[in-house]
Design a protein around this ligand. Structure first.
Ligand code: ARG
Length: 462
């Protein structure tokens, strides 16, 4: 909508309204209307403070605060007419407030600027998303803990280079993700605590000559304190960058797990069965059950990290204090937040619903000479061989088993003794996968007892 008259909020020195293209590049109302509730909360706190400090009258503040609630309900009920000519959520709300309450509306913007206003709104929005991420992560961690507890002693192959390495337990593998998402949780909490300073009252950039009380608005909006430097307060977008980088690292974790679920649910692996609720079919191949949710979660890291990169580049080299470049922060954060929360919820749903196929896991656990390290350790422990020699002896036994097409445990004692004469039949006790995992009792190891101890620790932590 192009308006020939100059802008009602700032048009005093303008003779003509903006070109349609200017309006199109300038307006943010198409997306920043998502911050309406935050904008109105910030304005209500500001109005109350202006009255408490005697900058405006109590009756004006009262009219403003009530009028803002009317505007909020109009927005929430979908009755509000957003105007592109009014650029952004801040001016849309204020203009409507003027229609609703008249003259007192003009006093709301005393001692503040859109610069501190937008920083405040956006911080409140991002703070809510940190809280949503915290809930999403907690739910996902709980789902993983349930899987870990159920399968603390289920054996499966552990991989390095995606080649079978040593047997591990299902619970241990689940708990690896608990650690990863636990670090994400701690990053979320750290960043939320660091960002919780109020920009409101920094005004355009230099503070204000009105006797405002920034402590009061900070408290009213749930901030820990007012930001200490007005230039920094209006130009800081660290909180958005930390949100995006925290989201990016978490999205990397989600993508790694998603990739494992894609592999594990394939006919070649059959380690897990994903529920119908989190799978899709093919329109041409009737037999197919595809892990689409896992694939989409795996892909989300692309746009989330893309948002992180985009905002980093927007902020790079910006001089102090506010520049309009910073309006480009919101769409990136909105999109990343939506997709992060969705990915967390989808992963939680998949983890809750999926079934580990114990038999397939156990069958695969013993393949690929996965207990070769246990054999080498036995040679060290029982025969006193240096580990390097034990490694070499075991390597020869693996080669022998491979050429005979059998497992290590299928070699006869004579076969074994042909490689090292001192080997006794006691060696067979360490060649089972159960023995292998049970023996890995070192702190943080894969033994079921260790896994159960970690599940217990996490349950107490949560
Ligand atoms: N829509 C703007 C933004 O998102 C609000 C701040 C505008 N400030 C200004 N001085 N033009 O950043």
């Amino acid at each position: 909508m192009t308006d020939q008259s100059s802008n009602q909020m700032w048009g005093g020195r303008f003779a003509a309204g903006p070109d349609a293209i200017m309006e199109a590049i300038n307006a943010s109302i198409g997306f920043d209307q998502r911050m309406a509730a935050q904008d109105i909360a910030g304005s209500r706190a500001h109005a109350a403070m202006l009255a408490a400090t005697g900058v405006i009258t109590d009756s004006d503040a009262q009219a403003i605060r009530e009028g803002l609630l009317t505007v909020l309900s109009e927005i929430q009920n979908g009755e509000f007419q957003f105007s592109t000519a009014l650029e952004d959520i801040h001016m849309n709300v204020e203009a409507r407030l003027k229609e609703v309450i008249g003259e007192p509306a003009g006093r709301l913007h005393t001692g503040r600027s859109r610069n501190d206003q937008v920083a405040t709104d956006f911080k409140l929005w991002v703070r809510d998303q940190f809280d949503a991420a915290e809930s999403g992560l907690l739910a996902l961690i709980r789902a993983l803990l349930a899987q870990a507890e159920a399968g603390a002693d289920w054996v499966m192959p552990g991989f390095t280079h995606l080649q079978v390495a040593q047997p591990v337990t299902w619970g241990h593998h689940m708990m690896a993700y608990v650690e990863m998402f636990g670090r994400d949780l701690s990053r979320v909490r750290d960043a939320r605590a660091r960002m919780n300073e109020s920009p409101l009252g920094a005004a355009a950039l230099a503070g204000t000559s009105f006797p405002i009380d920034r402590q009061m608005t900070a408290e009213a909006l749930g901030f820990d304190r007012p930001a200490a430097n007005s230039l920094d307060a209006v130009s800081d977008r660290d909180f958005a960058l930390e949100f995006l980088s925290t989201a990016s690292i978490c999205a990397v974790h989600l993508s790694r797990f998603a990739e494992e679920l894609v592999i594990w649910s394939s006919a070649q692996f059959r380690f897990v069965t994903l529920s119908d609720r989190f799978s899709t079919g093919s329109s041409i191949m009737p037999q197919k059950k595809n892990p689409d949710a896992a694939e989409l979660i795996r892909a989300k890291v692309g746009r989330i990290y893309g948002a992180n990169t985009a905002l980093m580049m927007v902020m790079k080299g910006l001089p102090l204090a506010y520049s309009k470049d910073m309006q480009e922060d919101k769409e990136q954060v909105f999109d990343a937040a939506d997709n992060w929360m969705l990915a967390l919820a989808a992963m939680e749903g998949m983890v809750k619903d999926m079934t580990a196929n114990r038999e397939s896991l156990a069958a695969a656990a013993g393949s690929g000479f996965s207990t070769a390290t246990d054999l080498a350790d036995w040679l060290v422990r029982v025969l006193g061989l240096p580990f390097r020699d034990a490694h070499h002896v075991t390597g020869s036994l693996v080669a022998m088993a491979e050429s005979k097409g059998c497992d290590l445990s299928d070699l006869t004692l004579e076969d074994m003794q042909s490689v090292h004469a001192d080997i006794t039949d006691n060696v067979y006790s360490v060649l089972t996968v159960e023995n292998s995992v049970n023996s890995r009792q070192s702190y943080g190891g894969t033994a079921p007892d260790q896994v159960r101890a970690q599940v217990k620790r996490w349950k107490a932590l949560l």
